[in-house]
Design a protein around this ligand. Structure first.
Ligand SMILES: C[S@@+](CC[C@H](N)C(=O)[O-])C[C@H]1O[C@@H](n2cnc3c(N)ncnc32)[C@H](O)[C@@H]1O
Length: 284
């Protein structure tokens, strides 16, 4: 296990089960856990596939227990997994925490479409707390447009005193955010990078400035990146060195790692644009 960064923004390069055990119990305000889904993706060569569904769930129950231990009494826990495993997480967690929302992160996709069944266009997220009477929820920081009120300027005549509909509301539990695509500025070379907008909603709602946010499966370090932008402290755990390098660069913690410069890879369309601009210069 290797510890990098600083006290505001710490990276633990190592295994989540091992790293979580080193953190003090009851010390974290918010945990966002986006583990491997047991669906066969490759995380820098490591295949996300367990010998059986039971083996995957047994592994998950171990880190879920550790996460619960690390959350403060008034802390919050957001957890993701594949749609087919979420019912098991739900049953496991409802005996240990209060599940306040079952969120659907919905996205459209013009990529490969299922033709003989209804293709998956969402990922589930559970929002849980330890104490349902004492937890952070900054509703005013995450308001979205209430279309009926904001656009149609309707008046609700059912009220004793007719009142204009609200123009803003707290989002419901179906969240539409585009997936991170290759041409987006925030894109990093990671197969399951979550969008900044998704993490902004979670971190703004369930933590305050100065709070500690933990991500045990950091990937492209989106959680820590957003936490840093919003003035929260963070601890990020990640097994793969290649992704730790993304984190060190994205969080501006280092410009070099083991003698190698940490530079964002140039994407193909950026090279094309550069070539095109150089060609134009020839005509200046
Ligand atoms: C679904 S991805 C997380 C994506 C991340 N939320 C983001 O926005 O980029 C899961 C990550 O967990 C890492 N991982 C897999 N097994 C791990 C383990 N035992 N300990 C720590 N990290 C692990 C993988 O390398 C992968 O980067």
């Amino acid at each position: 296990m290797e510890i990098l960064g600083n006290e505001h923004c710490t990276i633990i390069h190592g295994d989540a089960l091992e790293a979580l055990q080193t953190l003090p119990d009851g010390s974290v305000d918010l945990i966002f856990a986006d583990p491997p889904y047991n669906i066969g993706k490759s995380f820098h060569g490591q295949k996300d596939k367990w010998p059986s569904e039971e083996a995957y769930l047994q592994w998950c129950y171990q880190w879920l227990d550790l996460c619960i231990q690390k959350i403060k009494p008034n802390g919050s826990f957001y957890v993701m997994t594949a749609t087919q495993f979420m019912p098991f997480f739900d049953l496991y967690l409802r005996n240990r925490l209060f599940i306040l929302s079952r969120i659907i992160w919905y996205y459209d996709s013009s990529g490969v479409q299922a033709r003989k069944y209804f293709g998956s266009r969402y990922e589930p997220i559970l929002f849980c707390v330890k104490d349902k009477n004492n937890y952070t929820f900054n509703a005013n920081d995450i308001l979205v447009e209430a279309k009926t009120g904001a656009r149609r300027k309707l008046i609700d005549y059912r009220k004793p005193i007719p009142t204009i509909y609200n123009s803003e509301k707290v989002p419901g539990n179906v969240w539409e955010f585009p997936r991170v695509r290759y041409r987006m500025d925030e894109y990093e070379n990671h197969p399951t990078q979550k969008p900044v907008a998704l993490m902004e909603r979670i971190i703004k709602a369930s933590s305050n400035v100065g709070d500690l946010v933990l991500d045990p499966f950091s990937g492209a370090f989106t959680t820590a990146f957003v936490a840093q932008k919003l003035g929260r402290r963070s601890i990020s755990i990640e097994l793969q060195e290649e992704y730790v390098k993304i984190g060190l660069r994205r969080l501006q913690l280092a410009t070099e790692y083991k003698g190698q410069k940490l530079l964002k890879p140039v994407r193909s369309f950026e090279t094309e644009k550069n070539l095109y601009q150089s060609a134009l210069k020839l005509f200046d």
